[in-house]
Design a binder for this molecule. Structure first.
Ligand code: NG6
Ligand code: CA
Length: 511
């Protein structure tokens, strides 16, 4: 027995520090609005995802893995800070929002830097840029941003692909910006005073300019590349991204980063824009699924994943790189653009045979399982035995779990909502978290064993119809959250309400 413990300690030590392997690289491949049921190994039958499926077969496939929120900004905020978004009222950020991550606190990239890693973020940011109250100067240094919270390198889609500005940002600078056509973004459809640069059509007033596909009025501000967006952009024509080559661009940057850093431990947060609206997969993926652009964008994301895995392989890094594949929130179909993702007939929506939530209820913007239970795969050939796990795990625990792995002590107030789930993430514990909050706008839920307790908040538009109500589900008998059993188990509901109140009041979840 003692020998076993010693041996395990030795192997672990060797895996982490020994001459053979050293510290593992960590790559998070993060999808945008990719649902549990959008991946082959999680049940998608109409979307071929061979690369993600291969990753799962070589790693651990979590069946109960979660992001913290059913929208992007709070989800990513929690993953990168180890703090729940509800503590700070973090919601979906508009174009031009200031940085919402703290520059003076420990973040996931800073944790890796403490351990000597090089760090990078490539892809969708949506965590704000600049300082509160100071208009961001898109023609100068755009900061604070990723570099100020611990990333050594960044190549970004600054907000979302349905929000302006439609340009790439590399470190502090907009890529390819012509000073003769400076870039501005405004909240109102009025250019800055004296503006003489490129003016884009306003979608609401000019439907014909929306040549790619039509957007609803909430998305119909500036029309760029024939697609209407949220917010108003002025100028910056030479810097415009091409929606159809965005995946190629991010993959190219990720490959270059991996090749450049192959001799040192690195942390790469690869945040794909797929499969968020406006979906504009490269023409080479069009029609592959028969599910419209949404399905085809998922095939594109699978391709991106495959390219990153290949880059690791080509640089001899597969064995000692932890690859995590997941998503920032559950699925959505028609999210403001007529992109053929929802099959409609005159009498309303009809089923196209694909459910991105798998067997779960809800999706993006919802507190039900489909909102936060996402594909969640962890591959580390040097340490993790391939298989499946039913352990309850959450992205918010990456901070404490990687701290454990890298033998870094977290101070009491660092990442206060992050708990050490390393054993579950490595497949050595099949249970995972004893309890786990999740959020959707003002609504918060708590999972505990078979139970899921929900408090619908007041304020905001998500779940507005249920504001002030409560629900309780027994997931082992009702995985689809169809029967609210609150009145049958009032004592369970009260216990869970008390725990939730404690989590909120304590300002932390870690002991
Ligand atoms: C919503 C947008 C939606 C999407 C979402 C953010 C409207 C009507 N809808 O407000 O299109 O951009 O924000 O998605 O504006 S997320 O994945 O980044 O959270
Ligand atoms: Ca998202």
């Amino acid at each position: 027995m003692k020998f076993c413990v010693l041996l395990t300690g030795f192997v672990l030590g060797a895996a982490l520090n020994g001459p053979a392997l050293g510290k593992p690289n960590v790559v998070i491949i993060y999808g945008d609005d990719v649902g549990y049921g959008d991946v082959g190994v999680y049940g998608a039958e109409k979307i071929p995802t061979p690369n993600i499926d291969r990753l799962a077969s070589e790693g651990l496939q979590f069946m109960d893995g979660h992001c913290t929120a059913s929208t992007c900004t709070p989800s990513r905020y929690s993953m990168l800070t180890g703090r729940f978004g509800f503590r700070e009222g973090i919601g979906i950020l508009p174009p031009g929002a200031p940085l919402c991550l703290p520059t003076d606190k420990l973040t996931l990239p800073k944790l890796f830097k403490k351990a000597g890693y090089d760090t990078a973020v490539i892809g969708k940011w949506h965590l704000g840029l600049g300082t509160e109250g100071v208009p961001t100067d898109w023609n100068g240094d755009v900061k604070p941003g990723p570099l100020e919270v611990g990333f050594d390198y960044s190549y970004l889609l600054p907000v979302t692909n349905d929000r302006v500005p439609c340009v790439y940002l590399e470190n502090h600078r907009v890529v390819n910006l012509d000073p003769a056509d400076p870039l501005y973004i405004t909240e109102e459809p009025v250019p800055p005073q004296g503006f003489a640069g490129t003016v884009y059509p306003i979608g609401r007033k000019n439907r014909k300019a929306q040549t790619y596909y039509q957007a609803d009025d909430q998305h119909a501000s500036s029309v760029i590349n024939g697609i209407a967006r949220i917010g108003y952009q002025w100028g910056g024509k030479s810097a415009l991204w091409n929606d159809e080559t965005m995946a190629d661009r991010f993959v190219e940057k990720a490959k270059a980063y991996i090749a450049a850093k192959k001799d040192r431990p690195f942390f790469l947060y690869f945040a794909a824009q797929d499969i968020h609206v406006p979906r504009a997969p490269n023409p080479r993926f069009l029609g592959v699924t028969g599910l419209g652009k949404r399905g085809d964008a998922m095939v594109q994301f699978d391709w991106s994943t495959g390219e990153i895995l290949r880059a690791l392989e080509q640089n001899g890094l597969t064995e000692n790189t932890i690859v995590i594949f997941s998503s920032d929130n559950g699925p959505v179909y028609d999210d403001g653009y007529a992109d053929g993702s929802t099959v409609r007939k005159s009498d309303g929506e009809v089923d196209n045979g694909h459910d991105g939530s798998g067997p779960y209820s809800g999706g993006k913007y919802k507190i039900y399982e489909g909102g936060t239970r996402v594909p969640f795969i962890v591959r580390w050939p040097a340490r993790i035995k391939p298989g499946k796990s039913d352990a309850l795990v959450s992205h918010i625990d990456f901070m404490a779990s990687f701290a454990k792995l890298l033998e870094i002590e977290l101070a009491y107030d660092e990442a206060p909502d992050s708990r050490d789930s390393l054993a579950a993430l490595l497949g050595e514990d099949q249970t995972g978290l004893p309890f786990m909050p999740s959020e959707a706008g003002a609504t918060i839920a708590l999972r505990r064993g078979p139970w899921k307790y929900i408090e619908f908040g007041r304020g905001g538009w998500m779940h507005k119809d249920k504001a002030g109500q409560r629900e309780l589900f027994k997931l082992d008998e009702d995985i689809g959250e169809t029967r609210n059993v609150l009145s049958l188990y009032p004592e369970v509901a009260e216990e869970m309400a008390a725990r939730l109140a404690e989590i909120k009041n304590n300002g932390r979840i870690r002991d």
